[in-house]
Design a protein around this ligand. Structure first.
Ligand SMILES: [Zn+2]
Length: 407
């Protein structure tokens, strides 16, 4: 016995379809919703069947069972076989009862948004929901309870570097398929002040291709250039997926209380969302967008944690070479690539400015530097705002309680 399609929420009159199988057919069947120790019958089989397969379709919900309350409940289905022993099969499924659709009310702030950057929205909800947060296009940013025991929720969200500028971010509360309520965030998108991404030609030498192929795809097939382009595309995509999935390894509190720090005395050789044309022997062989800062100091410089946090990744990661990812809470994470040496382990707590390893040129790097990047709920963003105390005060600390930024 199983559900023909998944049901996680029971509303006014939620259609439920149960598939039953018994070689001798079914003599009796009953379905009920069980909540706080009470069983409410929602359906009963009226005609026994000799068929081995059957589908029972009925509705369950507050419309016919007004005693149900918002919260957890159990859907229980029992079937009695036609066979001599009159065996009974039982199926149980956890559901959430939602007596009325949730509502969301979003703060009335003007949210100034910039391509590739972040902001914070606060909101209140009523009713029951199973997921809430901010949706920007096809990207979702989680909601968190307000820190400090205050009522309501907040979401840190990003407006990705490649998001169409007409996209309106919405706060949503969802009770499962087709039961979303949304409310738009009051945004300002200052056209003149949006970042303009620059395009660079990157000359690729045979020496560099050999280095990258040999290190990242030593037993690969195809000619060296094909292998290089494959690494630059397929491996890059796979590596970015690994980074993005680290969003689930995040603390549900701020682990930091100062602005993020940029590697001391570093020179930026590349910045966020630079478009790179890869040129080999005068021909463009590839194009990629560089989603971080390339920070150079001297060879094998100590790689400094940008802020307090917890190491959630410390291992080789394809094009990023030896790579460290530090979680700072609420889905905000910093990424450090191309290290020659890693001196921390997954799970370690690190302090702002702490050396976590040595810079290098592992992965797809042509010289010693640190690839420094930041992501918010798995979406890579421009770190520059997070280096700025004033911006953090204005966009984050003004709206939620953030230690170290209270005055
Ligand atoms: Zn880089």
């Amino acid at each position: 016995m199983d559900l023909s399609y998944p049901v996680s929420v029971v509303g006014q009159a939620t259609p439920i379809s149960v598939h039953v199988r018994d070689p001798r057919g079914i003599r009796g069947g009953i379905a009920y919703v069980e909540q706080n120790g009470t069983q409410y019958r929602v359906w009963e089989l009226t005609k026994p069947s000799n068929l081995p397969d059957g589908t029972w379709s009925f509705t369950a919900g507050v419309g016919t069972t007004p005693q149900l309350k918002d919260g957890k409940a159990k859907l229980v289905v029992e079937a009695t076989s036609n066979d001599m022993l009159r065996r009974t099969g039982r199926y149980e499924h956890e559901v959430t009862v939602v007596t009325r659709p949730p509502t969301v009310s979003v703060d009335s702030d003007q949210h100034y948004l910039y391509l590739g950057m972040a902001d914070l929205v606060t909101f209140n909800t009523s009713g029951t929901w199973t997921a809430a947060g901010v949706r920007v296009g096809d990207q979702t940013f989680r909601a968190w309870p307000m820190p400090g025991g205050k009522p309501g929720y907040f979401s840190l969200f990003a407006f990705a570097w490649n998001m169409p500028t007409s996209t309106v971010p919405n706060v949503f509360a969802s009770t499962g398929a087709g039961n979303d309520v949304t409310s738009p965030i009051n945004i300002q998108f200052p056209k003149k002040e949006q970042p303009v991404y620059t395009v660079h030609d990157l000359q690729i030498s045979d020496h560099f291709i050999q280095k990258v192929d040999g290190e990242l795809d030593p037993n690969g097939s195809g000619d060296p250039l094909t292998r290089f382009v494959r690494i630059n595309n397929e491996m890059r995509k796979a590596n970015n997926k690994v980074l993005s999935d680290l969003r689930f390894k995040t603390a549900d509190k701020f682990l930091w209380s100062q602005p993020f720090a940029r590697q001391a005395h570093s020179q930026a050789e590349a910045t966020f969302a630079d478009v790179r044309n890869y040129i080999y022997q005068g021909k463009k062989i590839d194009q990629q967008v560089h989603l971080g800062y390339d920070l150079a100091v001297t060879e094998r410089i100590g790689v400094e944690a940008s802020n307090d946090g917890r190491v959630v990744y410390a291992a080789p990661l394809g094009i990023y070479g030896n790579c460290i990812v530090v979680d700072h809470g609420y889905g905000l994470q910093t990424i450090y690539g191309h290290l020659s040496q890693i001196n921390v382990h997954e799970g370690d707590m690190v302090k702002r400015g702490q050396a976590m390893g040595l810079s290098g040129q592992t992965g797809m790097a042509g010289g010693d530097h640190i690839h420094f990047a930041m992501q918010l709920d798995g979406v890579q963003i421009d770190p520059k705002e997070w280096w700025d105390r004033h911006w953090i005060k204005d966009h984050i600390a003004r709206r939620v309680e953030l230690p170290g930024f209270t005055n």
